[in-house]
Write a protein that binds this ligand. Structure first.
Ligand code: KIV
Length: 280
C-alpha cells in the first residue's frame, strides 16, 4: 500500500470513495493491515480491553499507548497511523494535552492523534493543529465517558441530542480536524453529517453512509473472549477458536511424543555422533 496522507482522505471524500480503518496495537498486525491495503491504522485505546486485560479504556496510560504506537510504527513504516490520546492525557490541562499529543508524533511516530469529545475541546484541537499535530475527532459513544453517557449505548437518538452532536461536529470541523469518528449513532444522523461536513466521517455503529468505517480488529477477528459483541460488529474470522484448536493439537502432539518429528530436530553430521564420548 502506497503512503497516504490527510490530502488523500480529503480527496476520497470529494470522490465519495469509501475507505476502511482498523485498529492495530503491535508491529506484525500493523504490517499485515498495511500490506492488506488498509489506508488508516488506528492505535486505539481499545488496547485496554483487547490486549491489556483491562475492563475498559479508562486505565490506559500514555506510557502504554506510546509502547503500542511505536510497535505499530515499526511494523508499518509507511502506514498512516493515528494514535488515540488515552483518558486524562488531554483532559487535565491544555499544556499537558499538547505535550502528550506531541509525544505521540515525536516519540511514537504517529501521523495524527485522536481525541474524544466535542465543543469543550475545540480550542485545544485548534492549539494542537497550530502546533502541527493533525487531529481526528470522535463523537457519539465516546468510551472514555461511558459512565457519564449511561454505559455503552447508542447516542443522539432524540432530535435535541442529535442537534447537539451535529453542533459539536461543526465546531470540531471549524477547529480543523481532518476526520471524525462517529460511534454508535443513528444512521440518519451519520448520513446527514457526512453530507454536511467537508471532512470525512468514519463510522463505527453509525450505518453505511459514512465516508469510512472503522472496527476494532479483535472484534472483526472473533478474538474477544466471552464478551458480548455489539450489533454493528461483523466477524470475518474466528481467531480465538483457531488459537484454541492449534494449542490443543500442539499439547496432544507433545503428550503423545509426536512433536517434534525427526525433520523438526537437528542432527549431528554422519560420524560425529559415533565419535562422541559422554562424560564418565
Ligand atoms: O479505541 C478505539 O479503538 C477507537 C475505535 C473504536 C474508534 O476509538
Amino acid at each position: 500500500m502506497a503512503r497516504v496522507g490527510i490530502a488523500d482522505f480529503q480527496a476520497w471524500k470529494a470522490e465519495r470513495r469509501r475507505f476502511a480503518c482498523l485498529t492495530a496495537y503491535d508491529a506484525p498486525t500493523a504490517r499485515i493491515l498495511h500490506g492488506a491495503g488498509i489506508p488508516l491504522i488506528l492505535v486505539g485505546d481499545s488496547a485496554g480491553n483487547t490486549v491489556l486485560g483491562y475492563r475498559d479504556t479508562i486505565p490506559v496510560t500514555m506510557e502504554e499507548m506510546l509502547h503500542h504506537v511505536k510497535a505499530a510504527r515499526r511494523g508499518a513504516p509507511e502506514a498512516f497511523i493515528t494514535a488515540d490520546l488515552p483518558f486524562l492525557s488531554y483532559q487535565a490541562s491544555e499544556d499537558d494535552a499538547l505535550e502528550n499529543a506531541g509525544l505521540m508524533l515525536k516519540e511514537g511516530g504517529a501521523d495524527a492523534v485522536k481525541l474524544e469529545g466535542g465543543r469543550p475541546w475545540a480550542a485545544l484541537v485548534r492549539r494542537m493543529i497550530s502546533a502541527g499535530i493533525p487531529v481526528m475527532g470522535h463523537l457519539g459513544l465516546t468510551p472514555q465517558s461511558a459512565s457519564l453517557l449511561g454505559g455503552y449505548r447508542v447516542q443522539a437518538t432524540t432530535a435535541e441530542s442529535a442537534r447537539a452532536l451535529a453542533d459539536d461536529a461543526l465546531q470540531l470541523e471549524q477547529a480543523g480536524i481532518f476526520a471524525l469518528v462517529l460511534e454508535c449513532i443513528p444512521q440518519e444522523l451519520a448520513r446527514a453529517l457526512t453530507e454536511r461536513l467537508a471532512v470525512p466521517t468514519i463510522g463505527i455503529g453509525a450505518g453505511v453512509d459514512c465516508d469510512g468505517q472503522v472496527l476494532v480488529l479483535h472484534d472483526l477477528l472473533g478474538f474477544r473472549g466471552g464478551e458480548k459483541t455489539p450489533r454493528f460488529v461483523r466477524r470475518y474470522a474466528e481467531v480465538e477458536q483457531s488459537i484454541a484448536e492449534a494449542a490443543k493439537k500442539f499439547a496432544a502432539d507433545v503428550e503423545q511424543g509426536k512433536y517434534p518429528s525427526r525433520e523438526e530436530s537437528f542432527h549431528m553430521p554422519a560420524g560425529e555422533w559415533q565419535r562422541f564420548r559422554p562424560p564418565e
